[in-house]
Ligand binder design. Structure first.
Ligand SMILES: NC(=O)c1ccc[n+]([C@@H]2O[C@H](COP(=O)([O-])OP(=O)(O)OC[C@H]3O[C@@H](n4cnc5c(N)ncnc54)[C@H](O)[C@@H]3O)[C@@H](O)[C@H]2O)c1
Length: 329
């Protein structure tokens, strides 16, 4: 389970309007401001005709869903002419990633691999996992074989996300081979052992921030550059953490926490810059989930699972599969 309280604000805080999830044509930032001015005009004393005009202008500035008519508009149209719109669910089509191509960094294990698999299941043509480990894990191989049977492809590249040149080069290679780039999940990350902040060495600090923070930027750049190259709308998700918004009591992890805060702000910054290219950027902030990253502490400290579970309103830590839905969004 993710910590909803942290997940939702981050989903929304760096959120750019989610009109049209399939072809991802996004409303530019200005559409949001237009919307805001409409709400305020509703409560002001402007005449009806003026607010109606503003509403119509705003609607004209919106893009149309590639699945249109959709939602209430589909129902209304069907009522007027039942033969024009068959009553069939479109909600899953909105989340389908048919023929899409993307990158997942840190995809050899844990959350990265789980999300890579979910993206394959959602219909992606190919998901390229970047990881610092030279060889794919047994789990990775199992997933590759499994998704192949669903008609999807999982690819592995030994890429250290702190090496900007190499990350960009691999983005180019994917673009050359696939002729497109649609999504990116920057999940590569490390969490250092407890280290009191006053004794934190520059070397330790730089290692964590360079993987968690610089690496997230370089990965997003690699994908974004290909999206721009092919003129395609896209979606980039940076995996942050609840620790980017709060500090868990008793955690002595200034580098991790600071790096994740930076990732949250990085997503907002990229989101505003890339919106004109129709590229959405969000950050996702999971709570505690059992993976290799947390196992090193959970497996060695007998009281830690209870402690982390009790910090969570649901009384348990997250399950890894609970990240599948949010990442497809
Ligand atoms: N597990 C949790 O409780 C939790 C909670 C919040 C956030 N997160 C974040 O989720 C992400 C994934 O974590 P996880 O729990 O799956 O950990 P994990 O250790 O299972 O997976 C992380 C992956 O990143 C790879 N990696 C590490 N350094 C790299 C580098 N320089 N270049 C490329 N790959 C590198 C590792 O080899 C590994 O495969 C991380 O960013 C982590 O901070 C995890």
């Amino acid at each position: 389970m993710m910590r909803t309280a942290h997940l939702l604000p981050n989903f929304r805080s760096s959120f750019l309007p989610s009109s049209a999830r399939v072809a991802r044509p996004l409303r530019p930032c200005s559409a949001r401001f237009t919307h805001r001015s409409i709400s305020s005009s509703t409560s002001s004393r402007t005449s009806d005709s003026s607010s109606t005009r503003q509403l119509r202008d705003a609607q004209n500035k919106n893009t149309e869903s590639p699945l249109a008519p959709i939602g209430v508009a589909a129902a209304v149209q069907a009522k007027q002419d039942p033969s024009s719109v068959p009553a069939r669910p479109k909600i899953f089509d909105e989340f389908a990633l048919r023929d899409r191509v993307g990158i997942v960094s840190g995809g050899n294990n844990g959350l990265g691999l789980e999300m890579a698999m979910a993206l394959c299941e959602a219909g992606a043509r190919a998901v390229y996992t970047f990881d610092v480990e030279p060889e794919p894990s047994e789990d990775w191989v199992a997933v590759k074989e499994f998704v192949e049977k669903m008609g999807s492809r999982l690819e592995y590249a030994n890429v250290d996300v702190t090496d900007q040149k190499k990350v960009w080069e691999h983005g180019d290679i994917i673009g050359d081979k696939e002729g497109r780039m649609d999504f990116c999940v920057a999940a590569a990350g490390v969490m250092e052992p407890h280290t009191p902040c006053l004794g934190y060495t520059a070397e330790q600090y730089r290692r964590v921030t360079s993987i968690n923070c610089d690496g997230a930027l370089f990965t997003a750049q690699a994908a974004g550059r290909q999206m721009e190259r092919f003129g395609l709308p896209g979606s980039i998700v940076l995996i942050a953490s609840m620790s980017g918004s709060i500090t868990n009591q008793g955690d002595a992890r200034v580098a991790y926490n600071s790096s994740k805060s930076a990732v949250i702000q990085m997503a907002r910054s990229l989101a505003c810059e890339l919106a004109p290219l129709n590229i959405r950027v969000n950050s996702l902030s999971p709570g505690h989930i059992y993976t290799k990253l947390t196992a090193q502490y959970l497996d060695t400290d007998p009281g830690l699972l209870d402690k982390w579970s009790n910090l969570n309103p649901m009384g348990r830590i997250g399950r890894i599969d609970e990240i599948r839905g949010p990442i497809i969004w």
